[in-house]
Design a protein around this ligand. Structure first.
Ligand code: CP
Length: 300
């Protein structure tokens, strides 16, 4: 079997050097633009086995800015998955065409994960079930640091369905590593079981005065099949003016998207100067460009 390439499936796999160079390159791209189309002979292939807007488009824009061409498997209805091909077979088929880097979003799938980890072509996770979303963690960290300097000593609060949130699990792990405290405000039936937070709150209103950064979460109904997001309980965790009335004047309001209007996010907050939702999306392009640059092989 050929040697595995260096891939990014889990934020914890990044070495300190990788982390600092990704943040530095993303900052450079944002400050100076994409000066050279250095990867014009290279191809990025994406396989999204779950829907995406932000992650997929931002990887493609980042690739285009650096000269790569992007090809995409498309959704299940447009590929041979509609004829019964599995996610694993689809991934192996795309890999056999030898793109230079592959971006994959998938539900928890041990068989596929093993194939990604053993790939001789670099693979970057664009989200894995309820556990991993490494590039979202990176772009959220970049967004916080742009305004508040760095994460050391900051208190970051996730509000909502932490149990099923790959955004919260990857972000919490990275923020702790960078010196922050992490708090969770979640309904009792939607509390994360795989991350031990520094602080737990029964509602967003209770946690808001503690936080320097609040990150709202969409209820992942696709992972548990219950319409918990429509219950009154979830409104105690919604980003809105009432629940955030005790938030500090310099604190940040964030949401990875997609936001469900008036369920987990009041769109009026987009006018709040503390809100960073669109900045997060913009930074996604720079972070993903830096990640592509870090993982693509120069010698292919
Ligand atoms: N934040 C995020 O992953 O958004 P998409 O599902 O639109 O990619």
């Amino acid at each position: 079997m050929p040697n595995s390439a260096k891939s990014l499936l889990d934020i914890d796999e990044l070495l300190d050097n990788d982390l600092s160079s990704i943040f530095k390159r993303a900052k450079d791209f944002k400050a100076r633009g994409f000066l050279r189309q250095i990867y014009s002979q290279k191809v990025l292939a994406s396989c999204f086995f779950e829907p995406s807007t932000r992650t997929k488009i931002s990887f493609e824009i980042a690739a285009a800015r650096m000269g790569l061409r992007s090809v995409s498997l498309g959704d299940a209805g447009a590929s041979s998955m509609a004829k019964g091909e599995t996610e694993l077979d689809s991934f192996l088929t795309v890999k056999a065409m030898r793109p230079d880097i592959i971006v994959v979003r998938f539900k928890e799938n041990a068989e596929l994960r093993q194939a990604l980890g053993e790939s001789e072509i670099p693979v970057v996770s664009a989200g894995e079930g309820s556990r991993h979303h490494p590039t979202q963690a990176l772009l959220d960290a970049m967004t916080i640091c742009e305004t508040l300097g760095n994460l050391h000593g900051l208190k970051v609060l996730y509000s909502g369905d932490t149990l099923h949130s790959r955004v919260a699990h990857s972000g919490a792990s990275l923020f702790k590593r960078l010196g922050a405290e992490v708090g969770f405000a979640s309904p009792q039936n939607l509390v994360s079981k795989c991350f031990q937070p520094d602080a737990v709150f029964k509602s967003l209103a209770e946690g808001a005065p503690w936080a320097d950064v609040v990150i709202g979460l969409r209820t992942q109904t696709e992972r548990h099949g219950k319409a918990d997001h429509s219950t009154a309980t979830m409104f105690d965790f919604r980003l809105d003016a009432k629940n955030l009335s005790e938030l500090k004047s310099k604190a940040l309001i964030m949401h990875p998207g997609p936001c469900v209007p008036m369920v987990d996010f009041d769109p009026n907050l987009l006018n709040d100067p503390r809100c960073r939702v669109h900045q997060q999306v913009m930074n996604g392009v720079y972070i993903r460009a830096a990640v592509i640059e870090t993982f693509i092989k120069e010698d292919q």
